[in-house]
Design a protein around this ligand. Structure first.
Ligand code: FAD
Length: 549
């Protein structure tokens, strides 16, 4: 990162330098310039430029008001009154209207084309007095010595090299993670890996009536979809799944997205007449956080610090909140670095607390128990309204008002235990008998309810009985795992009597252990395409088994 001394001499002094002109950088620049601080904002692209992430949260509204851009955002956006969750497995949908949020400020949000939205924020920073340079990429940084200035080098579109000597640097470079990458601070999220593929469409089915304008999150077997209505009849559609699913694909990204849409009944129904209007974009495994987001003379804000799975549309809100905090820390640093350090510590704590509140839900979103809870939307102990407040972006509630959140977590643990034993919550709020989450119990239940293929798992032999286990592998859905065989075959104990069916094994199934377990059966009954009595819906449960404790 070091540069020759003569470059240092020619470096232009600035008070605060911001790297990256997205929501985080533009927010910080607007606020700093508005308070009279000398600030320079570098952006490697030229606005308007494409960016993913169109759905905003109600808590953004107060920030827009503080920046003075609410009317401009309203003019380019679609009003978003609710977030809707649709589940393929449950065959049901539920909306969470923001009007039920616990705080009256959180009544609505917007969905915006990001190119136009980011341009509004960037232009606002310029209008408020920030110096802005577009098509100027920061390429190196030498951190400030104590009490000194950092040295930042940048290259313009015309390959001109520029040097700046800021007293404080705000890194808002997004997922480029300019500083976290260079300082070796970036760490992938340990408990949540995912990748995304998306494209804009015209002709998709829009929601009407009370749900008009709301984002739809479709919970599918292998992950989830977003469907975000935008102006001019455009629908942003994206699929998020485990990175192994993306790596294992045998087709182009466009074909992969089309196949995922086809595989989800609820999305397919809304996309029957849809046409893709622009290229497909893909984002690789993306959840990460920096070990710390500040140091001597610098702070990372927005995605440059951490990135959360976008299922709850929280990215822009976190970026703008961090932009506001970053502006306060930079200002304090210019006046008194000691006070600024305390402020930076508090800001990091606030951001991490907010992220962990959402992170708890995000890491469990593929868990059938959490999906059951979303779909039943129970308001006992104010759990539904508390959840809506969280979905609205109210991450900073005082401990005394977080009862619904704790009740929700307690209910989740209790329902996980019941799921383990074979009871699941249904969208009507009733507990019903179901396949247990525990593989042995599940296999045992399969054994009692299935009968077409002879199978003798060792533990049944050990029990001294010969059991008849029916393996369900429907012809129409051959890629799905048979619910009972995934537990039996995992133990290498299943000796199926009929022929092995192509595609009958899950792609991401664990390695098979024995020759006998290599034989997977297709039921003749299922080849005729008839669904099994009760196994079908539990294939999802097998794939996304809850974390073992
Ligand atoms: C698949 C997906 C879906 C998403 N959906 C949503 C959603 O629905 N709602 C939501 O709120 N969020 C969503 N997000 C997240 C959201 O897009 C980001 O959290 C948000 O854009 C972060 O803002 P930022 O300012 O930190 O970074 P960015 O918006 O990425 O801005 C960073 C800017 O820095 C510039 N830059 C980078 N490096 C340099 C450099 N060296 N020099 C100069 N400039 C540089 C870039 O050009 C860019 O303009 C989604 C993200 C993904 C990946």
């Amino acid at each position: 990162m070091d540069r020759p001394a003569h470059m240092e001499d020619s470096a232009e002094p600035v008070d605060v330098l911001i790297i990256g002109g997205g929501p985080a950088g533009a927010t910080a620049a607007s606020l700093l310039a508005g308070r009279g601080t000398q600030v320079l904002l570098l952006e490697k692209d030229r606005h308007p430029r494409f960016h993913i992430g169109e759905s905003l949260l109600p808590r953004n509204i107060a920030l827009f008001e503080r920046l003075g851009v609410l009317e401009q955002v309203a003019a380019i956006g679609v009003l978003k009154p609710a977030a809707e969750f649709v589940s393929d497995e449950h065959g049901a949908a539920v909306a969470f209207p923001f009007s039920l949020a616990r705080d009256a400020r959180d009544r609505f949000a917007f969905q915006v084309p990001r190119a136009a939205f980011d341009q509004v924020l960037f232009a606002n920073a310029t209008a408020r007095g920030a110096r802005t340079l577009q098509q100027c990429r920061a390429v190196s940084l030498r951190p400030a010595p104590p009490g000194g200035r950092a040295l930042v080098h940048a290259v313009t579109a015309g390959a001109e090299r520029r040097a700046f000597a800021p007293r404080f640097v705000l890194d808002a470079s997004g997922r480029d993670t300019f500083l976290a990458g260079r300082l070796g601070l970036r760490e992938p999220a340990a408990r949540h890996a995912c990748a995304a593929v998306s494209a804009p469409y015209r002709g998709a089915e829009f929601r009407t009536g009370e749900r008009e304008g709301c984002i739809s999150i479709h919970l599918a077997r292998d992950g989830w979809f977003w469907m975000i209505p935008l102006p001019d009849g455009v629908m942003s559609v994206g699929f998020v799944g485990h990175p192994t699913l993306f790596k294992g694909r045998e087709s182009s990204m466009a074909a992969f997205l089309a196949a995922q849409i086809e595989a989800s009944p609820s999305v397919r129904a809304r996309m029957r007449t849809a046409e893709r209007i622009s290229a497909v974009t893909a984002t690789g495994n993306y959840s990460y956080a920096a070990r710390t987001n500040w140091g001597e003379g610098y702070m990372m804000i927005g995605d440059a610090f951490a990135f959360l799975d976008p299922i709850f549309s929280s990215g822009v809100l976190f970026a703008m909140m961090a932009g506001e905090m970053g502006a306060a820390v930079a200002e304090a640093w210019l006046a008194d670095p000691r006070a600024a350090r305390a402020l930076a510590r508090r800001a990091e704590r606030r951001l991490r607390r907010g992220m962990s509140a959402l992170g708890w839900l995000i890491t469990r979103i593929n868990d059938p128990v959490l999906r059951d809870m979303f779909l039943s939307a129970n308001n006992r102990f104010g759990m539904r309204d508390g959840l809506i407040s969280l979905l609205a972006g109210d991450f900073e509630r005082p401990l005394a008002t977080r009862g619904p959140e704790f009740a929700f977590k307690a209910a989740y643990r209790m329902l996980s235990a019941l799921h383990w034993l074979g009871l699941r919550l249904h969208p009507d709020g009733q507990l019903r008998r179901a396949m247990p989450a525990r593989p042995r119990l599940r296999a045992a239940m399969c054994a009692t309810s299935c009968a077409s293929i002879r199978c003798t798992p060792p533990y049944w032999r050990w029990l001294g009985s010969r059991a008849s286990v029916r393996f369900w592998i429907s012809a129409a859905d051959a890629a799905k795992p048979p619910c009972c065989s995934c537990s039996a075959a995992r133990r290498g104990g299943c000796t199926a009597s009929s022929a092995t069916g192509p595609g009958s094994r899950r792609r991401d199934a664990p390695p098979r252990r024995s020759a006998s377990s290599r034989r997977w059966a297709t039921s003749p009954r299922c080849r005729r395409g008839r669904p099994p009595p009760r196994c079908g819906c539990w294939t999802g449960a097998a794939r996304w088994r809850p974390r073992r404790r």
